[in-house]
Design a protein around this ligand. Structure first.
Ligand code: GLV
Length: 353
């Protein structure tokens, strides 16, 4: 699907979605690392009935896949985030709407999808507070605070392409207050998003702000971008409801470990205190199974939803979710597990190098 999406999308849009920071080592490592884990499957288990459901933030999901926050989806398809939201609703899963969405908070809410809102803290705290209030007023069930992005990673593809969304596509939630991306082009070209971030987003955010977000929202807070036991413990002490082990799809610190390799230390540290999620490199049902075995409650997918969106709008995203669900169910059967609750560390081991 990635190849078909590449053929359909303008180069700058595809590169923005597909690319990573620096040498793109972490980007590649996220997928590669899954191949370094193998299963310890069990045999002669009655797998005629397999229960793929999980509970995340107290809500039952039919299978453990949520849609990660992805910016500017109207570059991939004219219906953008609305198509994604409708597909998520049909599949019964949760969509996380990006602060950098090309559709408003309210329009996505109107689809009725189960929804969380991803937050970038802007230098203008009045504006940031308003974003939180709008999400709360529009029925978003959780706030996902991205904590790996004090500044945007340097993505060479976007710099070379002078990344700027096509006319008519911009940061729908922010254009009226910040001017959006179209205001960011300077004489030097480069990525408009890199420039936007440097100008608008706040690199001074600390743990104190987590408390500010939590008290302003009165909603469960998910920290996205934790990769160490130390930060996971701090997150649990700060009262967040969940963490997502994430390196931002290899788009931030190049040299970050693959998230599947960082997951065990986080899950070991706080898995009994909060919900641990993971995102990065999940492409197959077997990847989902591996993530659950290493301590995740569920996974988030980013690029796969975009490729589905680019290839077929709502139906394309729906197809990606269906395929993952079928593939995960098959993986559970072949591994000899009948419920997600029974998936544990003994199901995997490191592959012999
Ligand atoms: C935005 O969050 C991006 O990774 O481009």
């Amino acid at each position: 699907m990635a190849a078909e999406a590449e053929a359909r999308l303008p180069k700058a849009a595809f590169d923005y979605y597909a690319g990573g920071s620096g040498t793109e080592w972490t980007l590649a490592e996220n997928e590669r690392a899954f191949r370094r884990w193998v299963f310890r499957r069990r045999v002669l288990v009655d797998v005629s009935e397999v229960d793929t459901a999980v509970t995340v933030l107290g809500q039952r999901l039919p299978f453990p896949v949520l849609l990660a926050p992805v910016a500017l989806q109207r570059m991939a398809h004219a219906e953008g985030e609305l198509a994604t939201a409708r597909a998520a609703a049909e599949a019964g899963t949760t969509m996380i709407l990006s602060t950098l969405s090309s559709t408003t908070i309210e329009d996505v809410a109107a689809t009725g999808v189960d929804r969380w809102f991803q937050l970038y803290v802007h230098r203008d705290r009045g504006l940031t507070g308003e974003l939180i209030d709008r999400a709360v007023a529009s029925g978003y069930r959780a706030l996902v605070l991205t904590v790996d992005t004090p500044q945007l990673g340097r993505r060479d593809r976007d710099e070379r392409n002078g990344f700027l969304p096509p006319p008519g596509v911009d940061l729908a939630i922010l254009t009226s207050t910040t001017g959006g991306l179209s205001q960011q082009t300077g004489a030097g070209g480069g990525s408009s998003l890199f420039a936007y971030f440097a100008r608008q987003c706040d690199p001074s955010v600390t743990w104190a702000d987590v408390e500010w977000v939590r008290s302003r929202a009165q909603l469960p807070v998910v920290l996205k971008g934790v990769t160490t036991a130390e930060d996971a413990r701090r997150a649990a002490d700060a009262g967040v409801a969940a963490v997502s082990v994430s390196n931002h799809g290899g788009r931030q610190l190049d040299g970050d470990p693959a998230t599947i390799d960082a997951l065990p230390e986080v899950a070991d540290e706080v898995g009994d205190r909060l919900d641990v999620l993971v995102d990065g490199g999940v492409r197959r049902g077997t990847d989902v199974l591996c993530a659950l075995a290493l301590g995740a409650k569920a996974v988030l997918i980013g690029r796969p939803q975009l490729w589905g969106l680019a290839c077929g709008g709502q139906a394309g995203v729906g197809r990606v979710l269906d395929l993952l669900r079928m593939d995960f169910t098959l993986a559970m059967r072949l591994a000899g597990v009948t419920s997600t609750a029974a998936i544990g560390r003994s199901l995997v081991r490191r592959a012999v190098p």
